[in-house]
Design a protein around this ligand. Structure first.
Ligand code: AMP
Length: 290
């Protein structure tokens, strides 16, 4: 199949308005080409790029959206200072031969008078991210629904890094009867275990040294639980270890890996351990399977 006929080889076409996006998608579809979408907020790192590689393997055309979504930030969060590295992002995507970057402005996504919100339930109320960022999943669900409707992808790839978000998006797609298949990509980490995140650049050198504690504790808890240690005691010790490393802990929880429902013991599994903690002004999340 001829690839990249709407973009010069290697350079993604950067599209900022809906008519141009719709024309490009119509032309992909007219040629019978499948489309994969990778939604991002930019400031791309190797974690995002791993999702792009999965997308490339699964579809004829790959669209990466870059949109820092104001609706998923609370007024006191870091919307204004969220890292924006658009030129470098496009260069990184060019190196992977991405077909299109969908980079709408805020007025394109939320035109004057915008009055619709999708408020997810189910996994979005699991008492994890939702308990600490009450605004978050309605913002994510609304923008992801818009992106899926705009781009009409056959498949969309989301990172397991945002494990609860992956569940919310899968549920949303099912509930709205969208044709897109949702697929998860594994977490990409630094050599010392820290999960890659656009927010890692906020860390001071000292905080950066402490940051891998989250993953170390997750792994230690997962091993202890797998070896038969009681869940509650393991989590208690894990929480203490995270606090000792200088974090303010939002949560460290074991949940059912499929439903995110609370579990009483390892036999209620398959389990997923999920953590969110703040160090200085930076909030980090991570998770592992047991
Ligand atoms: P963001 O730009 O932070 O909204 O992330 C865009 C997508 O990249 C989401 O589906 C994230 O889950 C995914 N992602 C972020 N960090 C990682 C990582 N370290 N490994 C794999 N996927 C990631």
């Amino acid at each position: 199949m001829a690839k990249n006929s709407t973009a010069r080889k290697g350079r993604p076409k950067v599209t900022r308005n809906l008519p141009a996006l719709h024309r490009a998608i119509a032309s992909f579809k007219a040629r019978g080409q499948s489309i994969a979408l990778v939604p991002t907020m930019g400031a791309l790192h190797a974690g995002h790029l791993s999702l792009v590689r999965i997308a490339k393997a699964r579809a004829d055309r790959v669209i990466v959206s870059i949109f820092v979504n104001p609706a998923q930030f609370a007024p006191y969060e870091d919307l204004r200072t969220y890292p924006r590295t658009f030129a470098a992002d496009v260069a990184a995507l060019a190196a992977l031969n991405v077909d299109m970057v969908w980079a709408p402005g805020v007025k394109t996504m939320y035109p004057q008078g915008f009055a619709t919100k999708i408020v997810p339930q189910g996994a979005a109320m699991a008492g994890l991210e939702d308990a600490f960022r009450p605004h978050f999943f309605a913002g994510v669900a609304t923008v992801v629904a818009k992106l899926l409707i705009q781009c009409e992808p056959d498949i969309a790839i989301f990172g397991e890094k945002d494990f609860q978000q992956l569940k919310v998006v899968s549920q949303l797609t099912h509930d709205l009867g969208l044709k897109t298949r949702i697929s998860g990509g594994p977490i990409v980490r630094e050599a010392d275990g820290l999960a890659l995140s656009s927010r890692n650049r906020y860390l001071t050198p000292r905080q950066r040294e402490s940051a891998p504690t989250l993953y170390r504790v997750l792994k230690a808890c997962a091993s202890a639980i797998a070896a038969g240690s009681p869940l509650a005691a393991v989590l208690r010790q894990g929480r203490a270890a995270i606090r000792r490393a200088g974090f303010t802990l939002d949560y460290l929880e074991a949940r059912h890996a499929a439903t995110l429902a609370p579990v009483a013991s390892a036999t209620d599994g398959p389990l997923r351990l999920l953590v969110a903690a703040r160090i200085g002004r930076t909030r980090l999340i991570d998770n592992v399977g047991v």
